[in-house]
Structure formats: C-alpha cells, structure tokens
Design a protein around this ligand. Structure first.
Ligand SMILES: C[S@@+](CC[C@H](N)C(=O)[O-])C[C@H]1O[C@@H](n2cnc3c(N)ncnc32)[C@H](O)[C@@H]1O
Length: 275
C-alpha cells in the first residue's frame, strides 16, 4: 500500500531523485497518453498526481496554446517539476491534494489527465466527485493505471525473487494496483459524476536499464522503485545480496540490444463529466 502520507514523505523523495528512471520506464505510456489527448479540443489541462511533471511537460511542449497545471501532494516532486518546467510560460505546478483541489475562475480544467497518479486516494469516489465539480461542463478525463499485478511481469517477476512473499496488497488500495479492476473503476467514476467510461488495454515494454551497463542500471532501478524495493531495503546485507544477484539474472535474461525491459500492462481510462 502506498498512501498519501508516504507520497508526502519517503516515496515522494525517492521518485523525485529518480524521475529520469521512471520517465524512461514509462516512455511508451507517455507517448500513448499524449497521442490520446489529440482526440479532444481543450484549453485548460489539469494533471492529477503529476509527480515530477513529465506528462504536464509533454502536453505543454506539444500545445503551447493551452494552459497546463500539474498538482501533486509531494513537496519534493513538485519542487522537481517546477525546476523542470521553469522555461515554459504555459505550465504551472501546485502543491495540493487533488481530492480537495479548487479551481478558480481562470483555471477550471476541460481536460484532466494523469499518468498513474489517481490510484492513491483514501476516498476515490469523493476525490473524483471533487475533480468533476472543479471541471468545466463536458470536460474529459484521460488517465492511465496498472492492470492486475499478475499481468505486469515488470513487478511480478521481481517480487517472485524475494525470499518471502510480501503480504498481499489490498486490491481496493490505495496503491499502484488499486484501479486494476474495471468494475471498481467504473463504480468510482460513476459515483464521482463521470460518464461515457471507456478502457483501452495498453501493454508496453517498461524500460529498466540502458547505457554502458544496462543490467547494472536495471538492478539499481528495481532496488529503488516498485513493490520489491521496500522489501529489499529491509533485508540484512547477505539476503539483499542474494536477492540482487537473482534480480541481475532476471535482467540479463531480459536484456536485448543494450536495453533491459520487462512488459507492463496498463489501462488507459477515458470519461466525460456528466452534464
Ligand atoms: C505513481 S506516482 C506517478 C507520478 C507521475 N504522474 C508520473 O507519472 O511520474 C503517483 C503520484 O500521485 C501523487 N499523489 C498521491 N496522492 C495524491 C493526492 N491525493 N493528490 C495529489 N497527488 C497525489 C504522488 O505524490 C505521486 O507523485
């Protein structure tokens, strides 16, 4: 489980130090989300749980004529996003809880986006109701989230190498797989005032290692990010070394043309604010 307080603290700090790795891992997903924004006519974008700002930056770069605002609960991630976005006149980042965020007259969004930033609310229907309330009539929602962990070898294969299976995650979250179940997502969005809900199944290679030593780079990635990282940080030195040696073998098996990648499975969810 990763909740709001963890993002405000240690998880936010790790992600802000490692944003280059997470953006590289999600390269194909970001491209697909950007592509899907092109289906809509929009002027004001809200990026929910924007993290270090990659999706906001991609939209702001692509559409200099629209205003983009990223909101996130982590001070460390908002600081990283502001630094990255400082050259863009059409981009702002705000430290805020999206579940309570209030638009003013000028920045009510007509497109709400998120790359994996919506699965961590304590009260998902309440958060999506607030977002619908702040959005313009007819506003569009476009976000990605992970499908079931079993369909995500990029995590499942690494977890399998742990000496002890971690406690099962609560499927209703909050956490990275909290939006895996379509019926649950539909019920949350409907309760929050969203309609025309649609799911695209999107599979992509999650890039974990590149450069001069792609395998070493990928082992570092898995020791820092993802569900196995926390368990490995709590191991004694010998157990951690054995675990990382097994991760290294996995990465070697999944290294092709100088890139280590394992497959990932996401939903891309779209919806429209009910009139
Ligand atoms: C998996 S990360 C994704 C970050 C970013 N969208 C990306 O793709 O790199 C989830 C993000 O959601 C943010 N988050 C969690 N709960 C939030 C809340 N209630 N309001 C705003 N942001 C939140 C976290 O701080 C974190 O940056």
């Amino acid at each position: 489980m990763t909740d709001k307080t963890e993002w405000q603290g240690s998880s936010g700090q790790t992600w802000s130090a490692q944003w280059r790795r997470t953006d590289r891992g999600f390269t194909h997903l970001t491209e697909r989300l950007l592509d899907r924004t092109r289906e809509h006519d929009f002027r004001q974008v809200l990026d929910i749980g924007c993290g270090a700002g990659e999706l906001s930056l991609a939209i702001a770069r692509n559409r200099p004529d629209v205003a983009v605002r990223g909101v996130d609960i982590s001070p460390a991630l908002i600081a990283a996003a502001r630094e990255r976005g400082s050259r863009f006149g059409n981009l702002q980042f705000e430290l805020a809880d999206a579940a309570e965020w209030h638009a003013d007259d000028e920045n009510s969004p007509d497109l709400l986006v998120s790359r994996h930033g919506v699965m961590f609310f304590d009260d998902p229907p309440g958060a999506f109701a607030n977002l619908a309330h702040q959005a313009q009539p007819g506003a569009r929602l476009l976000f990605s989230c992970f499908r079931d962990i079993a369909q995500n070898p990029c995590f499942a294969e690494v977890i399998r190498l742990l000496p002890e299976a971690p406690p099962p995650m609560d499927p209703a979250g909050p956490g990275p797989f909290a939006f895996a179940d379509q019926d649950w997502v539909i019920s949350i969005l409907r309760a929050g005032g969203w309609e025309s809900i649609d799911f695209e199944r999107f599979d992509f290679p999650m890039i974990a290692g590149t450069g001069d030593d792609p395998v070493g780079d990928a082992v570092t990635y898995f020791s820092l990010i993802g569900p196995a990282a926390r368990a490995s940080a709590e191991m004694d030195i010998a157990a951690r070394e054995r675990f990382l040696a097994r991760v290294r073998e996995l990465c070697e098996r999944n290294c092709r043309s100088g890139i280590v990648s394992l497959s990932a499975a996401a939903w891309i969810v779209t919806a429209k604010r009910s009139a």
